[in-house]
Every structure is written in structure tokens, then in C-alpha cells.
Design a binder for this molecule. Structure first.
Ligand code: GLU
Length: 382
């Protein structure tokens, strides 16, 4: 895999860019929000906008800004979830205030968008959020996205903004993800521990790279760690979108990119790109239940692009309705596919294992379809 020989031309072709900014990028040495850092990010974004690109920011930093404001002692244990949520509630307006004042200086308007997991996983909310963002972009406003930490209990504990930024790509139909962190891209070893660590300029096979990547660099790379950035790049690559991982602290790297030079890592998207709807099914959709299918059905789904019919169903787990997201698994629980149920779980329970003819003769009057998940509403995940 080679870096595009004309990187400037390559960048010119990218028109809608999601820029993910990590907390560390926005803090000074004392761990407090640094206005100079915000200014760097806004200058960088403005320069890209000047090159006729649209820019969407996904910014962390609310919890850190709130922590700086509130004087809460964590005690022996770490900060509690409500304490972190209080930090986010106090810090988010400060975060926006910093962005807004720096962007205003450059004549650019901003908008705040706070998303929860459901805004991505529930298709209707996804579409609403998308339409709003499109309207903002049409009006030359820079959307600044963060998780709605105050109401997302799970999010604040488990998720991170690297993951969110990868899901936002599909939401806004972007063509490039830039992850700004406090290190200059990916290295073959921890550069803090090994003097001979070499920067990795380009990653082609991201799926295997993530699998084999050792997480011992975590402390070096802040909250999400490099693995979570690589995983975000993997999600991006499945949608055919490249990721640049670079420093957002180093002004030289930011300026270099504007002039068409990359000081960081390019994760090149896979050739097996999937369409946007399937991408959402695999990475965005929420699971309401599971269907255990037999080997024949799993083969037909995986290798022959077939729909899932009642005859191949062994068991149903959970209660769900037609239109809900479900996982199709084998008897060991391995997920083969994800899709949208065509029937309520109650109906599937009645017809599992039956052929269309058997369903017709048994439930003729009820008119239950033998189609459980249509092939166009399903994405293979193995
Ligand atoms: N949403 C969190 C914040 O604004 C950050 C989460 C993350 O960086 O992954 O502080």
C-alpha cells in the first residue's frame, strides 16, 4: 500500500471532512483548557473551509473543562458517574464558548450538536440529525458535535469520541476523517519507550492491523488510546473512507496538512467497502433481539446473499417488533449478520423451522410471511 504520490491532489478531492479533536489537544501543560489550542484548531478548520471544504468537528473536552471549573474531590474512589456528568454539563458551554469566540474572529458561525447512542442507532433520529447537519452546512455553519454525556450513562463510562467520530462519517456522508491527538500518528513501537520507534506512514490492511495492535501504548495516547483510533479508522474504512491520524497540538503538522503534506498516518480505506445503509446496520443499529439460524440458512446468507426465511430458524431470543434491529447468530452465539426484522418476534416464534407451504397451511388466515429478514435489510458481519 503506497501513500498517494500527490498528497495535495488527494486532499483536494476530499470535500466533506470530519475532524475529531481529543481532550489532550485542547489542554495546556497544567491540564486546563488552552485558548491557544482552540485557536489552532479553528485556524486549521478555517483554512480547510477556505479550500472549499465542509468541516464538521467532533470535539471532546467538556469533562476536562468542567473538572477545571468545579472543585470536586473524588475521594478514595475515582469520580462517580454523576460527578463526570456534572463536569460535562458545566464544561460543554465553556467548550462551545471557546470554539465560538475563536471561529467568530474568522467570520465563521458554529452550532452545537449533542448526540446520544440512540441518535445514531434509531434510524428516524439518525435521519433527523442528518437533515439538521445538512441544513447547517448549507448555511456555512460549522457543526460541533459531542456526546450528550449528561444523559448518556453508558457513554460516559464505556464509549469514546473516536468511535462517535467514525459513526458521524456515515451520518454526514463525509469523505475523510481526521483524528487529531497529542501524538504525531501511529508508531511501530511506543516512541516514549523506544528511541528507534518509527512512524507508520500508511496502513492498508486496517482490519488485521487493529487485531494485532498491542494496547500497551494506552497511557501515552490519552483517554481513547491508539487502539480506539485504529478501530475508528477500521469503521471508517468499511465505509470506504480514509482516516488521517496526526497531532492536533503541533502547529507545524496542522500547517503542513493545509499545504498538502501529511505528518502522521494515513489509514487507507478497504476495497471491500459496503454501502452506507449496510454500514449503519453493522456499526450504528441497536440490537433488539437475536435469531439463531441453522447452518444452511447461515451459508445462504453469507455466501449467496439470500434473505433469512423461517425454515432456517432454530431459536428466537428477546422480544422485538417488525422494524427492530436484530442479530443473526449461529448456535454458539457468533454473529453472522445484522438486519431489520420483517416480523414481530411473537410471529417468528410461531413459524420457526417451517417452510412457506407449511406456514400457509397452518396459519393461512393470519397471513404470516415466511420472510424474516430481507436480504436488502441485512449486512453480513463475518
Ligand atoms: N465526551 C467527553 C468530553 O467531552 C469525551 C469523551 C472522549 O474523549 O472519548 O469530555
Amino acid at each position: 500500500m503506497e501513500e498517494p504520490n500527490n498528497f495535495k491532489k488527494y486532499l483536494d478531492s476530499k470535500k466533506r471532512i470530519v475532524i475529531k479533536i481529543g481532550t489532550q489537544v485542547l489542554l495546556n501543560k497544567e491540564g486546563k483548557p488552552s485558548l491557544a489550542a482552540f485557536k489552532n484548531i479553528c485556524d486549521f478548520s478555517s483554512a480547510l473551509i477556505g479550500q472549499k471544504k465542509e468541516v464538521i468537528l467532533v470535539s471532546s473536552g467538556a469533562v476536562a473543562a468542567g473538572k477545571d471549573l468545579l472543585d470536586i474531590n473524588p475521594g478514595l474512589n475515582n469520580f462517580s458517574i454523576p460527578q463526570k456528568q456534572a463536569f460535562a454539563a458545566c464544561g460543554q458551554p465553556l467548550l462551545m464558548d471557546n470554539y465560538d469566540s475563536c471561529f467568530k474572529r474568522l467570520g465563521i458561525k458554529t452550532a452545537q450538536i449533542l448526540l446520544t447512542k440512540e441518535d445514531i442507532s434509531v434510524r428516524k433520529r439518525f435521519t433527523n440529525a442528518r437533515n439538521t447537519i445538512y441544513e447547517l452546512l448549507k448555511n456555512n455553519v460549522v457543526p460541533i458535535i459531542n456526546e450528550n454525556d449528561t444523559v448518556s450513562y453508558e457513554e460516559i463510562k464505556f464509549s469514546d469520541n473516536d468511535h462517535l467520530s467514525a459513526l458521524v462519517l456515515n451520518l454526514v456522508c463525509a469523505d475523510l476523517l481526521i483524528i487529531l491527538s497529542n501524538v504525531n500518528g501511529v508508531f511501530d513501537k511506543n516512541p516514549n519507550l523506544y528511541k528507534d520507534a518509527k512512524p507508520v506512514k500508511i496502513i492498508g490492511d486496517i482490519k488485521n492491523y487493529v487485531k494485532n495492535f498491542k494496547e500497551n501504548t494506552k497511557s501515552l495516547h490519552g483517554t481513547g488510546g491508539m487502539k480506539s483510533k485504529l478501530y475508528a479508522s477500521f469503521i471508517a474504512s468499511s465505509a470506504g473512507i480514509d482516516t488521517l491520524i496526526m497531532s492536533g497540538k503541533d502547529k507545524k503538522s496542522l500547517n503542513a496538512l493545509i499545504t498538502g503534506n501529511l505528518k502522521g498516518t494515513l489509514v487507507s480505506s478497504s476495497i471491500d467497502k459496503i454501502n452506507k445503509k449496510k454500514h449503519w446496520l453493522l456499526f450504528g443499529m441497536e440490537k433488539a433481539g437475536e435469531i439463531v439460524a441453522d447452518e444452511g440458512a447461515l451459508k445462504a446468507i453469507t455466501y449467496q446473499n439470500k434473505s433469512l426465511l423461517a425454515s432456517g430458524i432454530v431459536k428466537i431470543k428477546g422480544d422485538f417488533k417488525k422494524g427492530d434491529g436484530i442479530y443473526i447468530v449461529n448456535e454458539k452465539g457468533i454473529v453472522f449478520s445484522k438486519g431489520i426484522a420483517n416480523l414481530d418476534s411473537e410471529d417468528i416464534k410461531k413459524i420457526k423451522g417451517l417452510s412457506s407451504g407449511e406456514i400457509k397451511s397452518k396459519f393461512g388466515k393470519e397471513k404470516i410471511s415466511s420472510l424474516v429478514v430481507h436480504k436488502d435489510k441485512m449486512a453480513v458481519s463475518v
